[in-house]
Design a protein around this ligand. Structure first.
Ligand code: ADP
Ligand code: ZN
Ligand code: ZN
Length: 708
């Protein structure tokens, strides 16, 4: 009997095609089908009735049992609709990329052995006596330094256990976290209970860094695992460190803990296989892990839910893993927990309108919150470091503690300008000001990498009166060294620290107190945990505030809150924020320690301006090598969708009009009904204008993270 199926093609973004098959097939199976003269992989997404046109036959079946469940297929279908993507493009995300390059990135670190498999797995197999010896030691202490183990246990024994996948060698900087199953305090216990009592509702754990949020979701995970279900924990790219993996393994020695992210190299496939076969109990991963077709999922946690790395914006499909996670949890009836010290304004709003259950933790169990003050930099022309900040830096150093200075931009001078005609030196490929790098003695573009020598005259008026303005990390480092010649200063930015090794090295120096002052960009705001940082200086709070984006204030709030979180981990901390906008709502609420004030003000503002969560945004960008082609295209698009169920802003030149020699125009849509709006766009704009072809020049970003 011949039957017909809709097959969505892999890596070939068009709507599903109909093929015939003489054998029965299950939905969700992968198959090989002919497309013109080539063979392609496809996904069976549904049954079709016999078409009137001639169809070709499915050539091969890849999965005897489909890896993609009905529920995951439903998720794929919904997300394809939500993000205006063909379903094949979403289904591709369920699998590790077929061509994986390289091994895990190498870093010079300490090697530790940890248990990889669960205890029951290991004990149910036959072990040699040397093998048992090592396993027993690991059960006792969780980790053993590789070199220490080698002194007592032959290398062949370790190798054999590695081959059986019972143990793993993990490398990282510093000491492994010691296993301590904490007993939760009353607030933590109450949150755990409340979440377990209403598993069908989404939950937000909202509390400052170090307030014990991780311990709360660990406990929930523990309860879920006991029922035999699996746990998925999503973390921002920057936080997925070996330390976190070890901490999780140490907390759950009886379970298999897997890891999934894009820079795993070839081991990504192994991790994926373990997860889909049910061998992994807890999967820790970044954005892409949300698509791993784990069966029996009982809990999804999203840590630091506001993190930008959850949004895929640089390539199709432009999804946000937090939103996908919420829908996946609903479909799979898994518990859904968000955790953050600085949630997105939208999430905060949902938590206060009871669409998400809010759980607050106000205090750190240990350590105090730092004291925060603002220095008004208006009328202090040319001053980079205020007297107040310098005085405090001096005191901090005399106490034997460390200072972190946050500077938003790298380089020496962030602006080079002609004093006579006002011309600002910009990149020939991008529409951005060039930064002067003193050590390179060059002007550099931070978007495309273009460099040129420092000019001896203005190309417009010929004047020699060319000056440098704007402050970058190099300049601050230079100033600090001048003021404190005796102190050891380190700079951390992408220019100075361009690989994992150099980052690990400098972090080690900081923890060994070989550095007094750290000057750095956003790279230093997150995750770093040093007990001796007593002072954090925000050299320029105004930069992110001035971004032409609806999230500018929110970003500043999150950035400075996180930066402040660096202070006072072990010693009493102080934060000094330099700004020309001392009355800004974000800054004021950071100083008063009242985050709710910030959120309330910001929600009011978003409401007035019709921004999320009150209206949803769609950003349509037209890209072209020639500006008039890009413009023509965006005008055409606008005409085609003018009667849509949304408000259209634009077209305007994108905030960075020219980027890497590509010109960009954009339309911003404000929608009351997002699904209806996306549906309208898909119907109105033909496949070609929609950019299903990867070389196409129209980008439709549903719920863009920023409009910048
Ligand atoms: P967050 O996730 O909010 O940053 P963590 O859960 O990581 O906070 O907790 C910060 C530190 O405090 C960790 O070292 C953790 O083990 C410890 N901690 C958290 N809760 C407790 C508790 N109830 N008793 C003892 N230590 C705790
Ligand atoms: Zn000039
Ligand atoms: Zn450039």
């Amino acid at each position: 009997m011949i039957s017909y199926f809709f097959v969505a093609l892999s890596k070939y973004p068009i709507p599903p095609l109909i093929y015939s098959s003489s054998v029965p097939l299950k939905k969700g199976s992968r198959v090989i089908v002919p497309v013109r003269n080539a063979k392609r992989t496809g996904y069976v997404v549904g049954k079709a009735s016999a078409p009137t046109f001639k169809t070709r036959e499915i050539m091969e079946i890849i999965d005897k049992e489909p890896i993609i469940s009905e529920k995951m297929l439903l998720l794929a279908r919904e997300m394809a609709e939500k993000y205006a993507s063909p379903i094949g493009e979403i289904l591709d995300l369920f699998f590790p990329p077929s061509r994986l390059k390289g091994l895990k990135p190498k870093v010079k670190t300490n090697k530790y052995i940890t248990l990889k498999a669960s205890i029951s797995n290991i004990l149910s197999s036959h072990l040699g006596s040397r093998e048992s010896e090592l396993i027993e030691q690991l059960l006792e202490s969780n980790t053993i330094e590789y070199s220490t183990a080698l002194k007592k246990i032959p290398r062949s024994t370790i190798q054999s256990l590695l081959r059986k996948n019972f143990i793993e060698i993990v490398e990282f900087e510093g000491e492994p976290p010691s296993e301590k199953k904490v007993s939760l305090n009353e607030i933590q216990k109450k949150i755990v209970q409340e979440i377990l009592l209403t598993p069908q509702k989404p939950h937000l754990i909202y509390g400052v860094t170090g307030s014990g949020k991780t311990e709360v979701y660990f406990e929930i995970a523990d309860q879920v695992l006991k029922t035999g279900k699996k746990v998925l924990i999503l973390v921002p790219e920057i936080s997925l460190t070996p330390q976190l993996l070890i901490r999780t393994r140490a907390r759950f020695p009886q379970y298999n803990v897997g890891i999934y992210h894009s820079s795993l190299g070839t081991s990504r496939k192994i991790e994926w296989n373990n997860a889909i076969k049910g061998k992994t109990d807890i999967l820790l991963g970044t954005r892409s892990a949300i698509w791993v077709p784990i069966k029996d999922l009982g809990l999804i946690v999203v840590d630091e839910e506001q993190d930008e790395s959850y949004k895929q914006y640089a390539m199709r499909p432009y999804y946000n893993a937090v939103d996908v996670a919420q829908r996946r949890a609903e479909i799979e009836e898994a518990i859904f927990v968000l955790s953050s010290a600085t949630p997105r304004v939208e999430t905060y709003h949902l938590a206060h309108t009871e669409k998400i259950t809010l759980h607050e933790i106000h205090f750190r169990p240990f350590g105090k919150m730092p004291e925060i003050s603002v220095v008004d930099m208006r009328h202090r022309k040319g001053e980079i470091l205020s007297d107040e900040l310098v005085r405090e830096m001096d005191k901090t150093a005399r106490d034997g503690n460390q200072t972190f200075l946050f500077v938003p931009k790298k380089g020496f001078s962030t602006r080079v300008q002609c004093l006579d005609c006002g011309y600002i030196f910009t990149c020939p490929n991008c529409d951005v000001a060039l930064t002067y790098h003193k050590n390179l003695r060059m002007l550099k573009c931070h978007y495309c990498g273009h460099t040129e020598p420092f000019p001896d005259k203005c190309p417009i008026c010929g004047s020699k009166n060319v000056v440098r303005g704007g402050v970058g990390t190099e300049k601050v480092e230079y100033e600090v060294s001048k003021i404190f010649p005796g102190l050891r200063v380190k700079r951390i930015d992408r220019e100075e620290i361009n690989n994992v090794e150099s980052l690990e090295t400098v972090l080690k120096e900081i923890s060994q107190m070989k550095v007094d002052i750290v000057v750095g960009t956003k790279m230093i705001t997150k995750g770093l945990d040093f007990p001796r940082v007593a002072l954090v200086g925000v050299v320029d709070a105004d930069h992110t505030l001035a971004m032409p984006d609806f999230r500018a204030t929110e970003r500043t709030f999150q950035l400075i809150s996180q930066m402040s979180g660096r202070a006072g981990r072990g010693v009493l901390g102080h934060v000094i924020i330099q700004t020309r906008e001392p009355l800004n709502s974000a800054l004021r609420s950071i100083v008063s320690g009242n985050a709710d004030d910030f959120y309330r003000t910001e929600i009011e503002r978003r409401k007035k301006l019709d921004y999320p969560p009150f209206k949803e945004l769609i950003l349509i960008t037209s890209l072209g090598k020639a500006p008039d082609m890009a413009k023509k295209r965006i005008d055409t698009v606008k005409k085609k969708i003018e009667d849509g169920p949304f408000e259209i802003l634009g077209p305007v030149e994108s905030p960075i009009f020219k980027l890497m020699s590509v010109y960009r125009y954009q339309l911003l849509l404000k929608c009351d009904d997002l699904p209806k709006s996306v549906d309208f766009l898909v119907k109105r704009l033909t496949q070609n204008t929609l950019g299903f072809d990867p070389t196409s020049t129209l980008k439709i970003d549903v719920q863009p993270y920023s409009t910048f």
